[in-house]
Each structure stands twice: as C-alpha cells, then as structure tokens.
Design a protein. Sequence first.
Length: 119
Amino acid sequence: MESSTQRKLRGAIVGCGFFGRIQWDAWLRMPGVEMVAACDGMLDRAASFGVPAYKDAEAMLRAHSLDFLDIATRPASHLHLVKLAVAAKLPCICQKPIAETIEQAAEMERIAARAGVRI
C-alpha cells in the first residue's frame, strides 16, 4: 500500500499513436505513477495527452525530471531513443518489437548494461 508521503514515479512517453495511447491509459491507472510529458513527431497528437507536449525527445528529457521513459514508437527509432534514455541515466520501457535486428537489440543491451541503466 502506498504511503501518503511516498513520491509517485514520474514518467514520460515517446510515441503517442495507437499503442502509445494504450500505454498511456495503463500508466494513468497506476496509483504510484504520474505521467508528466508526451513526445510525438505529430505535436498535436502529443498535446492530446494533456501534459507538456514535445516533438523532440531530447528536449523533453532536458525539460523534465523523470524516473522512467516509455518508448512506444516504431522499432526503427528504438535504438536512438534507448541511447538518449541511457545517456540521461533513465530507465526505459521499450515496446515490442524491441529492435529491427538482433544486432540492434544486443547493442541496446550492451549500452544499458555498461551504464547500469535498466531497459
């Protein structure tokens, strides 16, 4: 049970399309989570989430103090976004498929392991 003094985990999402909306709605049902920002190549789609909206993931990561990032974009962008999250020492959830190739998936794992960041 969550204590009234326990801080909620602050999260953000990159990718506000069909699956991003499903993820977002699930996060909103979690009592220990507060979603604070959304990013999508289509700014109006990110803005529809009712939090500060961004077209640029780097700008979003710089603007917010986060505890995690949910990556709900197409696999072609996952490696880049995982690199951004890891550089920010930010644990991330990367939706499936995690990568376009096994080599990209292995690179994500190596980058995260070296930095001590969970993906």
